[in-house]
Every structure is written in C-alpha cells, then in structure tokens.
Design a protein around this ligand. Structure first.
Ligand SMILES: [Mn+2]
Length: 357
C-alpha cells in the first residue's frame, strides 16, 4: 500500500507540508486545485505549481481528490457535453504531471452531509456527527447555512456558498431524477472519459455517497456492494474503479467492509482506500471516532487484514479525524488525529505483514 495524507493547499489548510513530511513514513500528498470552479479545466500552469510546491517539500503528488463533476453531468442535460470535454482535458493535463488516480463523486447537489461539525465527545475532543432526526428536521437551506457558519472560516469542499446559493433551483431540476436515471447519467459520463483514462494511464476512483442513503428525496447510488458492482461494470475497464471509504460505506450497517475490500480488491478495482472509523449510537446515527477499533464500531484490524490479503498496492489514507489537543482546523481535517490514524494503520499493516510471512 502507498500511504497518503490529504492536503488542501497553501493558504487553504492549517496543516503545512513540513508537518506532513514529518509524519512517520512520510506519506504522499493527496491534493487538488480548490479555486477552480466546478466544470472548468484545470490548467497545466496551476497543476505544475501545485506539484512543484509539494515536491519542493520533499513529498510526492500522485492522487487528486477531487475533480468534482459538474451538476449538469449528473442531471444529464445537454450542456453536459461541454463539461465532459473539460473533464477530459483536465484528465490529460493531470496525466502530464504524473497523476495516477483521480477521486470523484456522483452525489446530487450535496457532497458529504452531517448534522454537526463539532459534536462533543466524552474525552473533550469533537468530531463530525450525523443524527438522522436532526437532518430530517432541518430545511436543507438552513443546513447549508449551519455548515457554512460552523466550518471555522473554511469553505468546505462540495459546500461552496456560491453553488449552494442556487439550492432551490437545483432541487427543482432534480425533481424527476431517480436512481435509474442517475445511473444512466453516470454511465454516459464514464463512457466518455474512461477511454481518455486508458490512453493516459489515469485511474478513476469514485467515492461512495456519504451517508450512503437518499437524503431530502435526492437519489444516491454509490451506496452498497450491489450498486458498486453495477457501477464498475457500467464501463468494464480497470480504469473505472473505486475509492473504498470505510467510514462512508460503513454508515450503513448492512455494508460489510472487509468483504467489500476482498470482493472489489480481487477484481482490481480499488484504486484508493479511505480508512477511518465511526461510532454508532442509533441505526442511522453516528459520530466519527479515532481510527482505533476499540473507539468505534468498525473493526479496523479486519479491514486492514482484508487489504493485506488481496495484496493491496494502491493508495490509502486515513480519513476524517477528531479535533483534539485544542487544534483549530478544518472540521475532520486537523493534523493530530489523522497523523495518529496513519501511525495506527501502519502499525496494523506491519503486524499483519510480519504475521503472514
Ligand atoms: Mn472518504
């Protein structure tokens, strides 16, 4: 496995590249151009600059998270072709700078969704949290506002205020959308871009929906083994793969993560692994926890063992962390708890590896 750490870029992250360089094992950087509007081309000059910044700090940049998909592509309206062409150009441009994997998602309107961004935990830390009743009780527009007001001044990816200002009209446009239509629109998109990926050797890795169920009547399709299986066969190419996020998929108690790792891993379709834990306190209520198995509801040993068993050699990263030790950071993306997560994942891996020699 190739360990990585997500970074939001200079002036956009409280975590520095110097700090990342000092995390045990010196992970690679997962980056993105956060100031390019969704749907526009990522220009070579900007990619070159990002790559140089990362490499000057003694780190590598081979994974992008995310190149977001324009809403018109998800909606399947005629203007999508223009945005798909832009996406293809972005893939070609990224390939020129050694990018190997692009993470993306196909969630209508919202990206990940939580009811609380700083849910207090018993030990005095705080974490992202999802309480189903709370989400249902609030109007989506108020929810967006709450998220914006509680993100410590950061614009959270997928929650850009400009885009969400048009929430009412977006909901209107999705009125007729169902899972089948969304699958068809994803297929159309993949059929166009996967040949470009094959030509440039860049793998697409779709991130699951978070949480993995429909919210506010919007369809969500990247949610379970059955749908992921359908998805990887929409275009049957090794370049059409997954970001297997244990925390996102794990929020549905029916999803067996180690089994999914083995199933899609053997198929060679897991290009990026997000490994984190969550703690349930209701059927659809959970808060994010430290990565440690005993702190959450998922067994991280079993998950890492599944990756080891399939001989996983792709990119992996710890995912959201709690906010601990009075750190002020982007919700879910502080340095400390994610660095602890990395050390833990590497410890599990070393132990499993040596046990199995
Ligand atoms: Mn994730």
């Amino acid at each position: 496995m190739k360990m990585t750490f997500r970074w939001y870029g200079e002036n956009n992250d409280t975590v520095t590249l110097k700090q990342i360089r000092q995390i045990p094992g010196s992970p690679g950087v997962v980056g993105a151009l956060f100031d390019v509007p969704v749907g526009e081309v990522w220009e070579k000059d900007d990619i070159a600059k990002l790559k140089k910044t990362v490499e000057d700090a003694g780190l590598t940049l081979e994974v992008i998270e995310s190149v977001n998909v324009h809403e018109d592509i998800k909606l399947g309206v005629s203007s999508r072709d223009k945005y798909i062409e832009n996406y293809k150009t972005t893939i070609r441009n990224l390939a020129e700078f050694g990018i190997k994997v692009i993470c993306y998602n196909f969630m209508p309107i919202f990206d990940w969704l939580r009811s609380d961004l700083a849910y207090p935990l018993a030990d005095g830390s705080n974490a992202l949290c999802y309480i189903d009743e709370k989400v249902k009780a609030v109007d989506p527009i108020d929810l967006v506002k709450n998220i914006g007001d509680n993100s410590n001044g950061f614009s959270l990816p997928g929650w850009e205020p400009e885009r969400l200002a048009e929430l009412t009209s977006l909901f209107e446009q999705y009125r007729e959308m169902d899972e089948e239509k969304l699958f068809a629109n994803l297929k159309y998109f993949l059929e166009q871009i996967i040949p470009v990926c094959e030509e440039c050797d860049v793998k697409m890795a779709i991130h699951p929906d978070d949480p993995p169920w429909s919210i506010y009547g919007l369809p969500r399709i990247v949610t379970c083994k059955e749908n992921l299986d359908r998805l990887v066969h929409l275009v049957d190419s090794p370049y059409n793969g997954l970001t297997l996020c244990s925390g996102s998929l794990g929020a549905n108690k029916n999803n067996n993560i180690p089994e999914m790792v083995r199933y899609f891993g053997k198929m060679g379709r897991i290009h990026f692994a997000h490994v984190r834990n969550i703690k349930f306190f209701g059927d659809r209520d959970f808060h994010e926890s430290a990565h440690l198995s005993s702190d959450g509801s998922l067994d991280l040993y079993e998950i890492m063992k599944a990756y080891h068993d399939i001989g996983f050699d792709g990119y992996i990263r710890p995912d959201h962390g709690r906010i601990i030790w009075d750190e002020v950071a982007r919700p879910g993306y502080g340095l400390y708890d994610r660095a602890l997560g990395i050390a833990y994942l590497q410890g599990l891996w070393e132990a499993i590896d040596k046990e199995n020699r």
